[in-house]
Write a protein that binds this ligand. Structure first.
Ligand SMILES: CC(C)(COP(=O)(O)OP(=O)(O)OC[C@H]1O[C@@H](n2cnc3c(N)ncnc32)[C@H](O)[C@@H]1OP(=O)(O)O)[C@@H](O)C(=O)NCCC(=O)NCCS
Length: 204
């Protein structure tokens, strides 16, 4: 597999691929009230994301295959201009444990940091997902609330990471003015963040 990944908002004709990723994450879905992946579930998640200013993105390897989903609100979460929110990070089972989750999280955090007003990233995590709890804690997220029973019948911890200002301005290698209305964001970015193993290209 190439060491390059791309993150971009899903297109209308990506729905089959999204559903396929959900199917490959049914071990994760089984931790919640609805264990089986379905198009209804996918469309509901996309609708919820749109309703709260989220950016619902596919994670692609360089042969074009979608191997994960990341859904995040880059700013203004619940009306707070300083808060971002990561709603979902899901890597298809065969692609886990290779550092992809961490590389994607680092890339999304870097994107969120481009708005200097944002100083906090929030997330929610099901209490019965100890492997993921370890993942988030290792990436600097603290449990700051919960367990709380949510309207979707999951029980979650509330996670938080406080952002420190970057030590130096981060260069943008390429500017391509693109419509980013799906994300409710002003991004004109198309640049590369290098993590330990992966170059992650934003196409947001
Ligand atoms: C949680 C999740 C997003 C993490 O993504 P991932 O790609 O598996 O995570 P990473 O590979 O970056 O890190 C996981 C582990 O692999 C290890 N790892 C990373 N690269 C590695 C490599 N090349 N070789 C061996 N191990 C490696 C990391 O050290 C980490 O181990 P540790 O947490 O024990 O220290 C993914 O497992 C997933 O999608 N799970 C199902 C959905 C879910 O639970 N989502 C979270 C709630 S929203």
């Amino acid at each position: 597999m190439s060491d390059d990944l791309a993150i971009r908002p899903i297109a209308d004709d990506d729905l089959d691929a999204v559903l396929d990723v959900y199917r490959q994450c049914e071990d994760f879905l089984a931790l919640g009230p609805v264990p089986d992946a379905s198009l209804t579930m996918v469309l509901s998640d996309i609708g919820l994301s749109q309703a709260c200013g989220g950016c619902y993105c596919g994670i692609y390897i360089m042969d074009g295959r979608m191997i994960g989903i990341v859904d995040y609100v880059p700013r203004n979460y619940e009306g707070d201009p300083r808060a971002a929110y990561i709603a979902l990070l899901m890597i298809a089972a065969p692609f886990r444990w290779r550092g992809i989750g961490q590389a994607v999280l680092e890339a999304i955090e870097k994107e969120i940091r481009r708005d200097a007003q944002v100083n906090t990233i929030l997330a929610g995590l099901q209490v019965n997902n100890p492997q993921a709890i370890h993942f988030w804690q290792r990436n600097g997220y603290r449990i700051v609330g919960g367990p709380e029973l949510m309207p979707d019948r999951t029980t979650v911890y509330h996670l938080r990471k406080d952002l420190t200002p970057p030590s130096a301005p981060e260069p943008c290698t390429h500017h391509a003015a693109r419509d980013s209305s799906r994300c409710g964001a002003q991004y004109d970015t198309h640049h590369t963040a290098r993590s330990t193993q992966y170059a992650v290209k934003y196409e947001v």
